[in-house]
Design a binder for this molecule. Structure first.
Ligand SMILES: C[S@@+](CC[C@H](N)C(=O)[O-])C[C@H]1O[C@@H](n2cnc3c(N)ncnc32)[C@H](O)[C@@H]1O
Length: 206
């Protein structure tokens, strides 16, 4: 990777797509990788995006996109700055997700806070990107086949990254991300949570 410019510590956001992730109903915590539609991948991403060894990253936000049904897609957000009662344990994070799935999906763009720093909303990636755009966030797609350059970023409104789960982005998602720069962290496909760790490292370095 070519390193163009190291960045000051800055707010970072991660949008994770769960193509088969269950969006409503009763979540089986004993089968997160199977019947739940790879909710284990999403829980790992939340864990890596939000937790330090001892403490929470207040500069980090995660938005999960649960697209697997039944019913409409649901987004679940975790705000590092304000979230309370969340533990760095994938099963506990999945348990939090499971509690949300029992609630009706809010309207697209309606953000319903369930407790501090933990919310859900209707809509899919297009809605998240529109919200981030309004917030002035600079957003990139993470893609092994993208540009092997970490750009110079100095945006006080923060920086956002879109990652998929174990499946490639759909045509619809690629359309919504049209115009976003695609960043590669190397030619090998890594697991999503590993990419999040690398991004933290790059943004934390000075
Ligand atoms: C397990 S990978 C997905 C692999 C999937 N088979 C595909 O073709 O997209 C999960 C996500 O991590 C990110 N990712 C994985 N490896 C990457 C790399 N080398 N550079 C940038 N992003 C990467 C991408 O956002 C990818 O969608």
């Amino acid at each position: 990777m070519t390193w163009i410019c190291r960045c000051e510590i800055m707010n970072r956001r991660f949008a994770i797509i769960g193509h088969r992730a269950q969006s409503s109903g009763k979540l089986n915590l004993n089968d997160l990788a199977g019947a739940s539609g790879r909710i284990d991948v999403l829980a790992r991403a939340v864990n890596t995006a939000l937790f330090l060894s001892h403490g929470i990253r207040e500069d980090s936000q995660v938005v999960l996109h649960l697209l697997g049904g039944p019913g409409p897609p649901r987004r679940i957000g975790f705000e590092g700055a304000t979230v309370r009662g969340l533990h760095p344990d994938e099963r506990a994070i999945a348990g939090q997700i499971g509690r949300v799935l029992k609630q009706p999906v809010p309207a697209i763009g309606q953000i319903v806070e369930l407790h501090s720093g933990f919310w859900h909303s209707g809509g899919s990636l297009e809605q998240t990107l529109s919200e981030w755009h309004k917030d002035g966030v600079t957003t990139y797609t993470l893609d092994a086949e993208g540009e092997d350059v970490f750009p110079s970023i100095a945006n006080p409104n923060g920086i956002g990254f879109v990652l998929s789960d174990d499946q490639p982005f759909s045509e619809l998602e690629l359309d919504s991300m049209h115009g976003l720069q695609r960043l590669s962290l190397g030619t090998q496909w890594l697991q999503g949570h590993a990419c999040i760790s690398i991004i933290h490292h790059l943004l934390d370095s000075d």
